[in-house]
Design a protein around this ligand. Sequence first.
Ligand code: NAD
Length: 357
Amino acid sequence: MAKAKVFVFAPADPTGEAHKMLEDAGCELILGKANWDTPQGDSELEMMKLAEGCDALMGTSIRSTTITQKIMQSSNKLRVVSKFTIGVDDVDTDAATELGIMVTHAPTESNWGGVAEGAISNMLTLIKKTRERDRWLKTTANWRNLDYQGTYVGKRESDGYPGIVIGIIGLGRIGSRIANLMRPWGMKMIGYDPYVPDSKFAEFGVERIKDLSTLLRQSDVVTLHVVLTKETRHMISAAQFALMKPTAVLVNTSRGFCVDEKALIEALQKNKIAGAALDVFEYEPLAADSPLRKMDDRVLISPHMISSNLGSGLKPGLLWGTRSVISALKGEVPDNVYNTEVIAQWNSRFGGKNILA
Ligand code: NAD
């Protein structure tokens, strides 16, 4: 029997464990140029060539070329596109469903929990002016500087200070973990997510806000945790920045395209908001000449690695994504299919058909 072919479009397996699992299962691997730390990768045309005759595609989100209909059509045997990170916004899932291909992803706690911790850390770094104070001491011979006073975040019982207002957009895994972690601070947390029930807001101590504009008007920190969809693309643009308090900061760890980057730069330049912490950008890697790289301490940027922590990071997702590929190649439906509507059609084509040696 010919070996099953797997195109790993964005390898991120420094120990080789996942690749060995696939090779031991009898797969031939084709490795793309993209890597987690060098995300440019192959062009669509190159990926179409590499995907020819493949049974599975797998990789991370962090690269320039998305998985298009044309790439998936390069092989009439393709069973699965398996992501080992969270989110399938970089896969044309509608086309996959039409072509009868399953799309899976790997929302591991090490990834989403890491984003929540990182988003809080960035939020506090900005509003506590941590970098400014540090630089002040390292670059001058001076001592205290009242320009670098921070913001008291939580509620105080002693004098009735209510704390700041944190606005969470998207109360999924990451948004609700942030609420859970911040809750003991006692500040007001408000949230906007039309797709989760009231009970979830109540469970995490977040006041439900029915419209985004009200959340933007009320929040001192706006933190974005939505999936990227047609609806959430540029959901924060010039009109939304105009509603925010001039003292407010925006934290974006979701997807670059959820925020209109040009409008954000303008809002910062015109002091419409006080700051932004960004782990994600419209185009990654962030261009060397992006104005965001040159901005002062009002902007805190990181190279889409907010959830990358020692001993966790991508590895659990990589192994989950690999297991999904192996299941699909065995003719079994993996446990984390995104486009579940394709399963019946998929089963009639591939169900029970094991192509692993
Ligand atoms: P999730 O699916 O658990 O939660 C997303 C939430 O967004 C859902 O509750 C959904 O109802 C809500 N939502 C959808 N459309 C909305 C809208 N129009 N308005 C308000 N809410 C809306 O996803 P998650 O695991 O919490 O991940 C959230 C985001 O973080 C995703 O975009 C994901 O890709 C991104 N992410 C980034 C990194 C990183 O390294 N920076 C890592 C992991 C995930």
